[in-house]
Design a protein around this ligand. Sequence first.
Ligand code: NAP
Length: 217
Amino acid sequence: MTVAGRTVLIAGATSASGRAVARALLDAGASVIVVGSDQGRIDALEAELPGVAGERADLTDGDDVLELAMRVHARVGDIDGLVHLVGGWRGGGGILGQTDEDYRVLERSFTALRLVSRAFWTDLVASPAGRVAIVSSTTVAHPTAGGANYAAVKSASESWMQSLAQGFMKADAPAAAVTFRVTSLAGLEDRLAASVVDLWRADAASLNGTVTVLGAD
Ligand SMILES: NC(=O)c1ccc[n+]([C@@H]2O[C@H](COP(=O)([O-])OP(=O)(O)OC[C@H]3O[C@@H](n4cnc5c(N)ncnc54)[C@H](OP(=O)(O)O)[C@@H]3O)[C@@H](O)[C@H]2O)c1
């Protein structure tokens, strides 16, 4: 089994990692929908990678996400895969430096994961090869005072992924929720992209709920 012929949505696709994942999925024969909040960056990505379908949406806004799901279903039908890359980093200043403003910015990544995975949940359960992936951080295993907000939000995202994994299992779906952890993505974009493509080469049951550190070897 491969990703060829599958439809994969990349939530937050315009960063270097998103572009690498989109390119690898296209090269492997998938239909790829790229989503971001900035129309200009989506247009640039469509020009860079002819064949991807660009959609603008604020993935932290529930109504925007529901409208996105309706547009995607009308345009390409159900999806088989969701790669969630909305992130961001704020930190420093120890525990007293963990400001509410920084937390609100970081929390948007978790909110987007909740909204997008719920909006496409029925697709993923019904797919013969449903896959959801996020990129978390190695700081979840070793949280620091200066990165407390960030590690807490990434931990929440990882917890959500374990809930998705249990939901797939309970539904007896041939689907998998997978967490990749990195320390830094810089230089690992192609490694991440290859790992995403490989999600469709592995058996769902063996992948579901796994947490894999990229760049540890
Ligand atoms: N970079 C690292 O070293 C590192 C380390 C550990 C973990 N991670 C995680 O890896 C993932 C990818 O990181 P990254 O650095 O490549 O990307 P990123 O800078 O975190 O952003 C990813 C994408 O999210 C989009 N985005 C942001 N807000 C959005 C919104 N409200 N609605 C829709 N799209 C939105 C951005 O595009 P627009 O601004 O155009 O919307 C961008 O394409 C993230 O989850 C990150 O936390 C990264």
